[in-house]
Design a binder for this molecule. Sequence first.
Ligand SMILES: [Mn+2]
Length: 357
Amino acid sequence: MMKILHTADLHLSEEAPGRWETLEELVNLAREEEVSTLVIAGDLFDRESAAEAMRPRLREVLGGGGFQTVILPGNHDFKAYSSGLYFGDNVYVIRDWREPVRLGGAVFWGLPHEDISLGRLAGRLREMSFLMDPEQENFLLFHGELLDTFFSRQDLGEEGEQRYMPARLSFFEPLPAGYILAGHFHSRFAAWQAPGGILFIYPGSPVAVTRRETGRRKVNLVAPGEAPREVTLNSFHYEELTITLDPFTDQDPLAELDRILSDLHPSAGVLLAVEGLFDSSAAGMSETEMATAIKKKTAPVCSGEPVLNFIDVHHILEDDLFKKFRAGLEETGHPPELKREIMEMVIRAFKGVKQCS
Ligand SMILES: [Mn+2]
């Protein structure tokens, strides 16, 4: 079997230079791993105009790689391939489901963009199974929604409410193919065994396109005699980070923030939220000063403004009635965690009373 690097949903766009860098990272990886084929299972471009602008550079990057590239048109970029444009030497576009790309010993089939219903797709795959030679090494490139496994629309990119090429795992059963190399599902690397033993793999987007694409991005490496392997990339991705301030510990919230930020991957775009309770007297800074300090510290790594939900409760902590209650609570034999939970509850109750009065 040949060695294949499989990705999808790069959504190349002139406005997002990080995605082009990711293409270069993928090409370098393909070279290092000495793969024979790079498979791009749909949505290489965010839209047609990106293909128009980037095609010359693309020819250079893909053409000089020492491997072949097979591209499947997806729902975002199918128009870019309609007029026989030249994408480079060793770059093949699947334009018809009846006409596979044959490279070395492998046969790459695909379902290019089409508005097709669930029922018609099942029939189409059955027809395709008759065209495939079981003696050959068949791969199917698929860009669409796998209905059995979708947890939410959030797992796609920016797709609105429309279903794109919906399929069920059982539809692939008749195909004499080893792998379905898929795209359209952005959120993460995911693989399933379809009935009949065929492996269906979504590599997830190799670079974050929407804020829902959190965590390091992956690409799929299919090598002879091995299970498909997810390889982690260094590309741009979002990281959700929630910090809960706690007025009952001695830790300095800003030092804690420094520690967390230093552990982040350099390509992460942080989606930060700060919540919890805060004692401005102990910290020696007001709520506004704390908010400003957090914003300043996180500005270089944050994608957008942080969500700041923390509140200063120093006036409650210094209230005589609260102090009395706290002393009483300390004397109970409750475990520390329960004590804290009770204390927080009481602070929130005090806050309510103060706000009403
Ligand atoms: Mn798509």
